[in-house]
Design a protein around this ligand. Structure first.
Ligand SMILES: Cc1ncc(COP(=O)(O)O)c(C=O)c1O
Ligand SMILES: [Zn+2]
Length: 424
């Protein structure tokens, strides 16, 4: 099946550097700001006033559309395939309500956005779909990324469906199930004997050297836009039941940026009349954003880009939640900015709380998450303790990755019974 033609969204006006505010046109060939280097992550901007006019002219603009799945939200994405193709068709399922788990946690309501059921088993498929579409638009048939595992798996799956080449750099410690995913889908796999942060830097050098298309979400601004569709779907599928708070696991800070950005856009467009607070959850052993947030002596919303860079320390990460085991959150400026604009916060949870959350999600809501996928839920208790969530509030949790990807971590939450004699 030939790949569809891809065009740019006419409402996409350009990208702005999160550090120095320099604006770049949509055909800018770089990924980051030419003045600020790797810290100068770009942010995709749209003509939201034109989009608001479109939304006003058609009251069903957001609620329905000619297509389902991720491209339903093409007006809020930078690129638009002119036809559907299985290579990048990502459709999330309706959010789950979890009354037993809500009761257990003492919450008025709990909504789970279960992205463990996407094609590669994680939310990252949303970003990979947009990356593939953009690469096709640019005529590049080789895509590469560094990953703690899931971004790579999503690229491997989508590249296989679209018939493109994928080179993937992972830390050697990535769980075996994720390595299996990469290899069976035929990606060129480079295991790096180092941390994710070192792996990321190596991937950037190789991408530049070979002229590949970068699927590094913490580098390529278009990918945060793809991730944004998780919250757009959640809002569309829960009309009238907008949560008060959204809990999001944080590694590089791309997903949390996307959730807050998506909500801010919908608020600007008057699709929602109030703004849920977005809370980013890090593992305590990999919590540079949460610790900087805790130590910030000013209103976080007033920090400048360079101020945020200076405030967020780089650390050596240590957590069982491999997907969020990140010492330098590359998208820290964007994440900090957007989260603070929703009135949200960052916090950290210990690994034991994450392991407990895996069991709670599985037993009380029937959702099997990998450690990072369960971190958002683990954050609820910490947020309640810190007074960030009230028991009367409705909370949504993004469950971002499937438990089958890291079975060893799940086994830490249970006890395997001893075998018994078959004659017993
Ligand atoms: C399952 C899962 N949850 C959360 C995250 C964190 O996402 P981000 O790096 O965008 O903060 C990742 C990133 O790899 C992930 O794989
Ligand atoms: Zn800049």
């Amino acid at each position: 099946m030939p790949l569809p033609v891809v065009t740019s969204n006419p409402l996409w006006t350009g990208c702005r550097c999160v550090v120095c505010n320099r604006v770049y046109p949509i055909d800018y060939a770089g990924f980051v700001c030419a003045d600020c280097g790797v810290d100068g992550i770009l942010d995709v901007e749209y003509d939201l006033d034109d989009l608001a006019a479109k939304a006003r002219a058609d009251s069903r603009w957001f609620a329905s559309g000619p297509v389902s799945g991720l491209w339903r939200f093409a007006d809020q994405l930078p690129v638009q395939p002119e036809a559907r193709h299985p290579g990048w068709d990502v459709a999330g399922l309706a959010p789950l309500t979890a009354p037993r788990l809500a009761q257990h946690l003492g919450l008025a309501a709990l909504i789970l956005k279960d992205d463990t059921r996407l094609p590669s088993g994680s939310l990252k498929d949303r970003a990979a779909a947009v990356a593939i579409a953009r690469a096709v638009q640019l005529g590049i048939d080789h895509i590469a990324c560094a990953s703690t595992g899931n971004a790579a798996a999503s690229l491997a799956v989508m590249a296989a469906r679209a018939g493109l080449k994928a080179s993937i750099f992972v830390p050697a410690a990535a769980p075996r199930a994720k390595l299996a995913q990469l290899l069976v889908h035929g990606s060129d796999l480079v295991r790096v004997d180092g941390t994710y942060d070192q792996t990321f830097d190596l991937s950037l050098r190789r991408i530049e050297q070979h002229g590949w298309y970068s699927r590094n979400c913490a580098h390529n601004p278009l990918l945060v836009e793809g991730k944004k569709t998780a919250i757009l779907e959640l809002v569309r599928d829960c009309p009238g039941a907008l949560p008060d708070v959204v809990m999001v696991p944080v590694g590089d800070g791309c997903i949390v940026s996307s959730v807050a950005k998506g909500l801010l856009e919908l608020h600007h467009l008057r699709i929602i009349d109030r703004l849920p607070r977005v809370i980013g959850v890090q593992a305590a052993g990999a919590a540079p954003l949460a610790s900087a947030w805790r130590d910030c002596r000013r209103d976080p919303a007033t920090l400048s880009g360079p101020g945020i860079l200076a405030a967020v320390p780089s650390i050596v990460p240590q957590t069982l939640a491999d997907s969020i085991s990140v010492g330098i959150p590359r998208n820290r400026v964007k994440a900090w900015r957007y989260v603070s604009r929703t009135g949200g916060a960052f916090l950290a949870v210990p690994d034991e709380a994450i392991t407990e959350a895996i069991g709670q999600l599985a037993r009380l809501a029937g959702v099997f998450a990998e450690p990072s996928g369960a971190a958002g839920l683990a954050g609820i208790i910490a947020a309640r303790d810190q007074g960030l969530i009230k028991g009367t509030e409705a909370v949504a949790v993004l469950v971002t990755g499937n438990g089958l990807k890291d079975v060893d971590a799940a086994l830490a939450a249970v006890t395997i019974p001893e075998p018994i004699d078959p004659a017993a």
